[in-house]
Design a protein around this ligand. Structure first.
Ligand code: SF4
Length: 322
């Protein structure tokens, strides 16, 4: 598992998105944003389930089907008797994913193996529904807390930012767990929770107290179990996309920390920055920078410690599109 917070973050990727010629027709689907932009901060680990199960390149195309019994299969288009479903399911190497410490996964959209959603399911000549691809489904079932996206959804800024944020949070979680091995105790978990408070509030405000109660009720003899439950709850909360309204509430909450330290004009300027963001005139970074400028004059240890107010440089660069 990757150590600490330095270095690139390990992330799994469908091989064809990295330009590997593993598609059924011998081609690839190199995705420049994944390779060049994400690749600056993420260590990309390719995997092609169809190639891994020995289907070869080139190979006969496959598709999802559902027969009369409702069972989802992944069959050869020109011969539905050839079903690769079980092999593709079994190609998931959970031990490898854990060993590499993958903090996210980027999959190829629409593939009967890798697609995370809306992959057509056929019965004979007719589409009868949609599903995730066989490998993607197995991955998401085995690691429900793992951030998983496809390259199509990464084209939408809110989904992309949310994915990037979850990847960074998960890396920090793994780093915490590593420290924990030598020094287990509830204090580190509580601090982790506090440092992520504003991020959680920007996604799913109700989860912050719920997760806090989980930690408060933790018994010394079951800390590992609580940590597991916490991770599931945390990643489910962060999977709810933030909205301008939720961000504005968080920023107003942060402004409260400066209440008695600013004069009326200074407070008004910050409120205006938050309004400008909420109305779409400036990016989120603008009110955060305005607030941080005031916190540099009036330091607050809680704000200085907050990952929302002070993200890691890589996260900041990716989320601002550089
Ligand atoms: S979509 Fe998945 S299975 Fe298909 S070529 Fe790409 S990596 Fe391989």
């Amino acid at each position: 598992m990757a150590a600490g917070l330095s270095g690139k973050i390990p992330v799994g990727v469908s091989s064809c998105l990295l330009g590997e010629r593993v598609r059924y027709d011998g081609g690839h689907k190199r995705h420049d944003y994944v390779v060049e932009s994400l690749g600056k901060y993420f260590e990309l680990h390719p995997f092609c389930p169809e190639f891994a199960v020995g289907l070869g390149v080139p190979r006969k195309p496959i598709q999802l089907t559902r027969d009369g019994t409702g069972e989802l299969r992944c069959v050869q288009v020109d011969d539905p008797r050839v079903d690769h479903g079980r092999a593709l399911r079994d190609s998931l190497d959970a031990e490898r994913i854990q060993r590499l410490g993958l903090c996210g996964y980027i999959l190829k959209k629409g593939s009967p193996s890798c697609g995370i959603e809306a992959v057509p399911v056929w019965r004979g000549e007719n589409p009868v529904g949609e599903s995730s691809g066989i490998f993607a489904h197995a991955l998401m079932q085995a690691f429900p807390w793992l951030p998983v996206e496809d390259e199509g959804r990464l084209g939408e800024a809110p989904l992309r930012d949310n994915f990037i944020q979850r990847v960074f949070v998960l890396r920090r979680w793994f780093a915490l767990m590593e420290e924990w091995r030598s020094k287990p105790g509830p204090a580190a978990l509580t601090r982790f929770h506090a440092r992520h408070k504003l991020i959680i509030m920007s996604c799913d405000p109700a989860s912050y107290p719920t997760l806090g109660r989980l930690l408060a009720e933790a018994r010394k003899d079951d800390l590992a179990g609580i940590a597991k439950q916490y991770l599931s709850g945390l990643m489910a909360a962060l999977g709810q996309p933030a909205s301008p309204g939720k961000h504005a509430n968080v920023l107003l909450h942060v402004l409260g920390y400066l209440k008695h330290k600013l004069d009326r004009d200074e407070r008004e300027a910050l409120r205006q920055g938050i309004d400008d963001f909420q109305e779409g005139r400036v990016s989120l970074q603008t009110p955060i920078s305005l607030l941080n400028r005031q916190f540099s004059r009036h330091p607050d240890p809680y704000i200085a410690d907050s990952w929302y107010m002070n993200p890691e440089p890589g996260e900041l660069a990716l989320r601002s599109g550089s």
